[in-house]
Ligand binder design. Structure first.
Ligand code: SF4
Ligand code: SF4
Length: 441
């Protein structure tokens, strides 16, 4: 099934065939307390305290919350505000490693997942601090807890990795197919579903081959190639491409009987149960023409970006931008002391020449953005409304359905900053709704 719209950017998957490298221990780690959607946890360690790798540093604060863990053994040097990839400084815990890299005593396997109850599996996943590793960073145990009135009959694994440059999920599937498949089986058990489909873009056929060969005989897991087209990895578009099911406007995958998890998350869920290991490291693609030696790197959560970049040979002199994530939806970094988070799939360095410095021009109503929008929206009209501060009219154009994929900006020949318009427009639209609600009381 093909979805409407989307774009075909230059994919530039420079690191697709590069085996993941492991980083040595660094001199310091900064573990942000806030790394996921939902409430940040409560800090439970003190300055000067000795910690071990995998030891919880925070306690969850409510249902939509998971702990963060020490990435190595050492001493808590400071608890303070530190540079954070999202922009403003946020609370974090600085750890000075002792070089031993010793695991916390309580880290031990929970036994074969096939013999553990779904409720216990879900608790182990929460306690391991698992969040979606595809970038959205939503706590995994919450996604695995759909309400009773939303029956789920299918688990979909997102291995599309449609963002240009990124290859972390690709390498996870090629290098750890057995663990990914076991993780999928474990997630199927938690959800009580009999079937799962792994969706992979057609430019990663070797990942399909690896997963097909590793599929356990007792599980109904299909591995399906889908068209290579951005934003194929958007949950709603992947569900449609694989099953033809349409998630209703304003709805969630569970409204069409589906839960979607990232392939890297499946691997980490398996490790959390099989070895009892919390999420303390992940694969990050360090890439782009401004990086001396692009690579896929296994990075401890909390490693400052500057250290990761240095491990990859450093930045070139003509670097123009460093981005967390891919070029379409990533976040520009202003301080390379910001650390890698659980949801950091890539660090992209672009040189000056690659960065567009255009001023946005008036809309010439060419309609390119309407053709490119995979959500059936009218970006040209929404952009004009934001520009004219007519936020109260944005609801008529379903602005909240915008997934901020950037396809419209990519094709706009007037170089209009459409995604930036829509980010602001959504905030203003929500404020407008709130004020309507307040006035009606
Ligand atoms: S950013 Fe929003 S409006 Fe633009 S193409 Fe994507 S979904 Fe459509
Ligand atoms: S692509 Fe740009 S110029 Fe063309 S209609 Fe859309 S906003 Fe206007």
């Amino acid at each position: 099934m093909k979805f409407k719209g989307g774009i075909h950017p230059q994919y530039n998957k420079l690191t697709a065939q590069m085996v993941t490298k492991k980083m040595p221990l660094m001199k310091r780690y900064i573990v942000p307390v806030s790394q996921h959607i939902g409430a940040p946890g409560e800090v439970i360690v003190e300055r000067g305290q000795e910690v071990k790798r995998g030891q919880p540093l925070t306690r969850p604060n409510g249902f939509v919350s998971v702990p963060v863990h020490a990435p190595t053994s050492g001493k808590v040097k400071k608890i303070a505000d530190f540079p954070h990839p999202m922009g403003k400084p946020l609370a974090g815990i600085e750890i000075t490693p002792d070089g031993e890299d010793a695991w916390y005593e309580e880290v031990s396997g929970h036994g074969p997942w096939r013999e553990i109850s779904p409720a216990d599996l879900k608790d182990f996943i929460r306690d391991a601090g698992l969040v979606g590793l595809g970038g959205a960073s939503f706590p995994t145990h919450v996604k695995l807890s759909p309400p009773k009135e939303k029956p789920i009959d299918l688990l979909i694994l997102n291995g599309a990795e449609c963002e240009p440059y990124l290859t972390a999920d690709h390498r996870v599937m090629v290098e750890n197919p057995t663990e990914v498949m076991e993780g999928i089986g474990l997630l199927m058990r938690v959800l009580g579903v009999d079937q799962a489909i792994v969706g992979i873009e057609s430019n990663k056929a070797d990942a399909k081959t690896a997963l097909d060969a590793a599929c356990p005989g007792d599980l109904d897991i299909k591995v399906q190639l889908v068209e290579t087209k951005y934003p194929q990895g958007s949950e709603k578009h992947l569900i449609y491409a694989l099953t033809g099911r349409q998630v209703p406007a304003g709805g969630l995958p569970m409204d069409s009987g589906v839960v979607v998890q990232n392939v890297g998350t499946a691997l980490s869920c398996f490790e959390a149960v099989e070895f009892g290991r919390p999420l303390t490291e992940r694969v990050v693609t360090v890439t782009g023409s401004a990086i001396e030696k692009p690579a896929n790197v296994m990075v401890r959560v909390g490693t400052p970006v500057a250290d990761v970049v240095e491990f990859c040979g450093g930045l070139k002199d003509d670097v123009g931008k460093v981005i967390f994530g891919g070029p379409m939806m990533g976040i520009v970094q202003f301080n390379l002391e910001a650390p890698v988070l659980k949801g950091t799939s890539g660090i992209l360095g672009l040189v000056e020449d690659e960065i567009s410095q255009f001023e946005g021009n008036p809309c010439i109503r060419c309609g390119n953005c309407v053709d490119a929008c995979p959500m059936f929206l009218v970006p040209s009209a929404m952009g004009l409304l934001v520009e004219r501060n007519r936020f109260e009219d944005l609801g008529d154009y379903n602005i909240t359905d915008c997934i901020e994929c950037g396809s419209c900006s990519y094709v706009c020949i007037s170089h209009r900053p459409l995604v930036q318009f829509f980010k602001r427009g959504k905030l203003e639209w929500r404020e407008h709704l709130k004020s309507l609600e307040a006035n009606s009381q």
